[in-house]
Design a protein around this ligand. Structure first.
Ligand code: MTE
Ligand code: MO
Length: 264
């Protein structure tokens, strides 16, 4: 009934991935790796179709309801429901702890001269950069003109003092599972932020708040949510989705066999 197939990432791995379902069972493609609860929930509520059919006012109400549900949902079952403005909430972890201004920390360590731990207040006190670009997920959905605001990653790297032998940056998340990485050159781009705000609001928990990475020119899987660690390293280690088949250099329109319009 859902007109748009839920865009789960495991269902749409790029060709040639080693965990692809066997040729004899192409029909299994959409089912693999998907916790059954999500499908059951979507099917039961029929929310995909409702979201499309609803009038604008109802749609808005529904969106905030869904946002609230995803915010409170400890199982992550609402993670794939279509929500406000075309975003889908993704989490590979079944539950993610909440971090407040009191408990949140972002560490910068590894091959640096001055390892640092930032509080949210520390990050808010630094110069903020606002970027407005399209967001493109590798499964196909795109959200136009989305403002992100935060501290340039290059500023945090400069503050830490990157050692000459370093070549890459690794990101870890307080969901305990997700990882990402960039080359140092990519990380130093002016359109790569440690984001505190999205859509001109403080980042909601569901969108990776209080702090997520925002890599404007790359597919959205690069923009690690619930960011808690930045480690400067000697080499790029493939991130969570990259170990499962996505390209490590994730330029929008120039990777993953896709030809989307570039985002930055
Ligand atoms: N920690 C974490 N970050 C993540 C993900 C995730 O599952 N966990 N999913 C990625 C993918 S594939 C996408 S498309 C975006 C989704 O961001 P959103 O939930 O704010 O729409 O987050 C990216 N960052
Ligand atoms: Mo994605």
């Amino acid at each position: 009934m859902n007109p748009e197939r839920p865009a789960e990432h495991p269902a749409q791995r790029p060709r040639g991935h080693s965990e692809e379902p066997s040729e004899e069972h192409p029909g299994e493609r959409g089912e693999r790796g998907t916790p059954i609860g999500r499908r059951v929930l979507l099917g039961t509520l029929g929310l995909g179709a409702l979201g499309v059919a609803a009038a604008p006012t109802l749609q808005r109400g529904l969106e905030s309801l869904l946002a609230g549900a995803a915010d409170k949902d400890p199982t992550g079952l609402t993670g794939l429901l279509p929500n406000g403005g075309g975003f889908r909430y993704y989490s590979v972890a079944s539950s993610v702890p909440r971090k407040s201004a009191r408990t949140y920390r972002l560490t910068v360590d590894g091959l640096v001269d001055r390892p640092t731990a930032y509080t949210l207040a520390d990050l808010r006190a630094l110069p903020q950069t606002r970027l407005v670009r399209d967001v493109q997920c590798v499964t196909g959905w795109r959200v136009p003109d989305t403002p992100f605001e935060g501290v340039r990653l290059s500023r945090l790297l400069d503050a830490a003092g990157v050692r000459p032998i370093a070549k890459a940056v690794r990101f870890t998340c307080f969901d305990g599972t997700y990882t990402e990485s960039l080359t140092l050159d990519q990380a130093r781009r002016a359109d790569v932020l440690v984001a505190l705000r999205m859509q001109d609001k403080d980042l909601a928990h569901a969108h990776g708040g209080p702090v997520r990475l925002y890599v404007a020119p790359m597919y959205f899987y690069k923009s690690a949510k619930w960011l808690s660690g930045i480690t400067v390293t000697e080499d790029v280690r493939p991130g969570y989705w990259e170990e499962r088949g996505y390209d490590v250099d994730a330029w929008v329109g120039r990777s993953n066999g896709r030809d989307d319009e570039p985002t930055s």
